[in-house]
Ligand binder design. Structure first.
Ligand SMILES: NC(=O)c1ccc[n+]([C@@H]2O[C@H](COP(=O)([O-])OP(=O)(O)OC[C@H]3O[C@@H](n4cnc5c(N)ncnc54)[C@H](OP(=O)(O)O)[C@@H]3O)[C@@H](O)[C@H]2O)c1
Length: 270
């Protein structure tokens, strides 16, 4: 197992080794707010001949305000959506994730049911940086989950035209007592921590449906599925709009080529 993280290397991996009793755990540096680091990460996987069976895209920022990244986009846009587009397309292009009906590699996007409240994708704002505060940050968090789910659906449509070659699924772990509120103002954070610890699920419990989606044979030949915890559900109907999916792909690719001299032509560009 490779834990791709930006911090706590190697401490977090050592802890997982200790808790799991497995030595087959390695940590690698990946900061999804830095496009060059995503390239470095994929280069190193290729150099080491690593073909992930299951790729779980878990990271998300819950920044309480806009924050400009080195490449000029907002952090929420880059970390919560766009880095996923870049990373997955690089992994497919380098054949590290190779479409295969026998082995069926899995790509799992950790999403949120909050995507349902979001309005349609706004291409005037797409990838553009502007400043905003806490209320827009909260709505953007849900909005980028809508964008992420639309991408997951489009990716599955492109890879799995008439059979499942790669299982591309998304899941909401439900309300989790995680560290997601770390940047909330102090007094609100104290109140939320108390509520989270009573009402929200532990990370251990929240991980169970993700592990099920990652490992179970129940998912063979199943793609573009969505679960809210263990409950299979349809995503918001906007997510399944084919013209929206195609437009999101084209706009993402256009932006990638504009920002990044090492952008590639995706394998599944049709
Ligand atoms: N908590 C909930 O109630 C809830 C509900 C629905 C869905 N989710 C989803 O569950 C997933 C995990 O969230 P969580 O609740 O566990 O929150 P969390 O404790 O804040 O975890 C978010 C993870 O993303 C990582 N991350 C953030 N920015 C990154 C970057 N630039 N590069 C690499 N990694 C980065 C963080 O790394 P650092 O430790 O380095 O900051 C952290 O490990 C997210 O996709 C979230 O949207 C959570």
């Amino acid at each position: 197992m490779i834990m791709a993280c930006r911090r706590q290397i190697p401490e977090a991996g050592e802890k997982v080794k200790e808790l799991s009793g497995s030595e087959s755990i390695e940590m690698r540096y990946l900061d999804l707010s830095k496009i060059n680091i995503i390239h470095d990460f994929v280069d190193k996987l290729q150099k080491d001949n690593i073909n992930p069976d299951v790729t779980i895209l878990n990271a998300a920022s819950a920044a309480p305000r806009s924050r400009k990244t080195e490449s000029g986009q907002d952090e929420l846009f880059l970390v919560n959506y766009f880095s996923n587009f870049i990373l997955v397309n690089l992994l497919l292009k380098r054949e590290l994730i190779h479409p295969d009906t026998e082995k069926q590699p899995r790509i799992i996007f950790i999403s949120s049911d909050s995507h349902r409240g979001s309005s349609a994708i706004d291409y005037n704002e797409f990838g553009r940086y502007f400043t905003y505060g806490v209320s827009k940050a909260i709505s953007n968090y849900s909005y980028f989950k809508l964008v992420l789910n639309t991408f997951a659906t489009e990716l599955s449509r492109r890879i799995n035209k008439d059979k499942t070659n790669v299982q591309v699924n998304a899941i909401c772990p439900g309300p989790v007592n995680s560290n997601i509120i770390r940047e909330t103002p102090f007094l609100i954070r104290i109140a939320l921590r108390a509520i989270f610890s009573i009402i929200f699920r532990s990370p251990k419990k929240a991980a169970q449906p993700v592990i099920y989606m990652a490992c179970s044979n129940d998912f063979l030949n199943r793609t573009n599925e969505y679960m809210h915890m263990f409950i299979p559900k349809r995503m918001d109907k906007k997510v399944y709009d084919e013209s929206e999916g195609a437009r999101l792909w084209q706009e993402s690719l256009k932006l990638w080529k504009k920002l990044d001299k090492n952008a590639i032509e995706p394998v599944f560009n049709q």
